[in-house]
Design a protein around this ligand. Structure first.
Ligand SMILES: [Zn+2]
Ligand SMILES: [Zn+2]
Length: 222
């Protein structure tokens, strides 16, 4: 003889005297805080998460804050201003039936300007690419495409281009991005590179240097 659930008295007891429904009602699949704080950059929209500035992803963030008891199959997030609704489904521990839970989390966004953006806004730059010689349209197009690719993934690789008598000066926020772009121009167009450093100041007892890379394109036709 099968016994009935001691809670509802109607359905079959399948887990220690509980029916599957009442077991689910009694056990949580996901625990989430009701309120969270996130520091976000108003310029690049990245968020500071565990001390690192990264692309804001509400789903990944809330998932990282969720404690899961059992097996999680789905974790969907919907946003309405500051209100985030999470629909979670799966099996609670020892559960016999899928459970779906709805959670609401209020996220308070603390808007700031991240250090990378404040450098860019302050006109700071680590390196200058000096494009010189015979610079064709193709070179410019290629350069702009590659520079845009790098700055899309590296917030410090912002750049600005200045027309000068001898060619173009490109100021770049990151020295490593500048080196990479110079290397690409050398590989693709055989440009000659010359690197130098200039002392631009001192900060907390250390000399600050700015890197200059002269990128020279030879005459195409002679
Ligand atoms: Zn029951
Ligand atoms: Zn930023």
């Amino acid at each position: 003889m099968s016994s009935r659930c001691f809670v509802c008295g109607k359905r079959l007891a399948v887990i220690d005297g509980w029916c599957a429904e009442d077991w689910n009602a009694q056990h949580e699949l996901v625990k989430l805080p009701a309120r969270l704080e996130v520091t976000i950059c108003s310029r690049c929209d990245r968020a500071k998460i565990s001390g690192k500035w990264q692309v804001w992803n509400a789903q990944a963030f809330l998932r990282s804050k969720a404690k899961v008891f059992g097996r999680l199959d789905r974790f969907d997030v919907n946003r309405q201003n500051e209100k985030f609704t999470v629909l979670a489904s799966g099996l609670v521990e020892r559960g016999k039936k899928l459970k779906t839970e709805k959670h609401t989390v209020l996220i308070n966004f603390n808007c700031v300007v991240c250090p990378d953006c404040s450098r860019a806004l302050g006109g700071y730059y680590e390196a200058v690419l000096q494009l010189r010689g015979d610079i064709s349209e193709n070179v410019i197009k290629y350069f702009e495409r590659e520079a845009a690719k790098i700055s899309a993934v590296d917030a410090r690789a912002f750049y600005s281009v200045k027309d000068v008598k001898e060619g173009f000066d490109v100021r770049i926020g990151s020295a490593s991005a500048a080196s990479k772009l110079a290397r690409l121009l050398k590989e693709k167009y055989g440009a000659e590179l010359k690197k130098s450093y200039k002392l631009v100041g001192r900060k907390s007892g250390k000399d600050i240097y700015r890197m200059f890379i002269s990128v020279r394109f030879r005459q195409r036709f002679k």
